[in-house]
Write a protein that binds this ligand. Structure first.
Ligand SMILES: [Zn+2]
Ligand SMILES: [Zn+2]
Length: 250
């Protein structure tokens, strides 16, 4: 979850990227399967909008892992999750500068463009490596440019915005922590979509991983009180129903 902020694209939205372990690491249509949050279906005022996100698996991302991520999002955020059918990676997102990868920023565009109007944002899931260009606070490509021009990441998300993407390529699948890492990175990137910056609170899932995967293992699968309150306020101001979820960790 080691993310650094990047001023990216059109300078309106910052993209936050997750980097890790020396290498650069860190983000519709069809039949939809809906998961209903356990707590708030019966108590939602009819006038309120439903807080709903979509999960878009790319390239046959394992269905069982999609399900696990979706359940984590519902548990932590009290959000309805629409699981979209897997679809192929867009060919125009492919790049082969260092190794064959898909550009995470291109996938964000792909997700944003195909987002249904009744979902707040879309989380893409990829087993393939994803990358972006790592920039400093001045907006310039970090040096050496050959390293940072195409930097592999765990995840990438608009902050705020309507799309984020997470890749499991750099998460060792044999580790017992694999699924929990995937869930935490997903909740983290979705937090960025909801406008949350990195958080200094120890244990908060929005902590900046500072380029080590150890941070991901150290944080909880939960927002701290400050982050959760910020999410609730934002959703309330936008007219969404709130009250479910909220597994606040601190
Ligand atoms: Zn981040
Ligand atoms: Zn926090």
């Amino acid at each position: 979850m080691s993310h650094t902020f990047c001023t990216y694209q059109n300078s309106i939205k910052r993209i936050v990227l997750l980097a890790c372990i020396g290498l650069l690491f860190i983000s519709c249509a069809g039949t939809e399967i809906e998961q209903t949050p356990k707590a708030n279906a019966a108590t939602s005022p009819a006038a309120k909008k439903v807080f709903r996100v979509a999960v878009q698996p790319y390239g046959g991302f394992p269905a069982a892992e999609v399900q696990q991520v979706s359940e984590a999002l519902t548990s932590v955020l009290g959000v309805q999750v629409l699981i979209l059918p897997s679809r192929p990676f867009p060919e125009w997102a492919f790049i082969n500068v260092k190794t064959p990868r898909y550009r995470a920023d291109s996938l964000l565009l792909d997700l944003k463009r195909s987002k249904a109007p009744d979902v707040y944002c879309v989380l893409g899931l990829s087993q393939k490596d994803i990358s972006t260009t790592k920039r400093g606070t001045d907006g310039q490509v970090k040096q050496p440019e050959s390293t940072y021009r195409d930097w592999g990441v765990f995840g990438l998300g608009y902050m705020p915005g309507a799309a984020c993407v997470v890749s499991t390529f750099r998460l060792p699948k044999e580790k017992p922590s694999y699924l929990m890492r995937l869930k935490k990175i997903s909740v983290h990137e979705l937090g960025h979509n909801l406008g949350l910056p990195h958080c200094p609170t120890e244990g908060c899932v929005m902590m900046d991983a500072a380029e080590t995967i150890k941070t991901i293992d150290r944080v909880k699968l939960a927002y701290c009180n400050n982050c959760w309150n910020a999410v609730k306020t934002k959703l309330k101001n936008k007219g969404f129903e709130t009250g479910a979820g909220g597994s606040s960790g601190n």
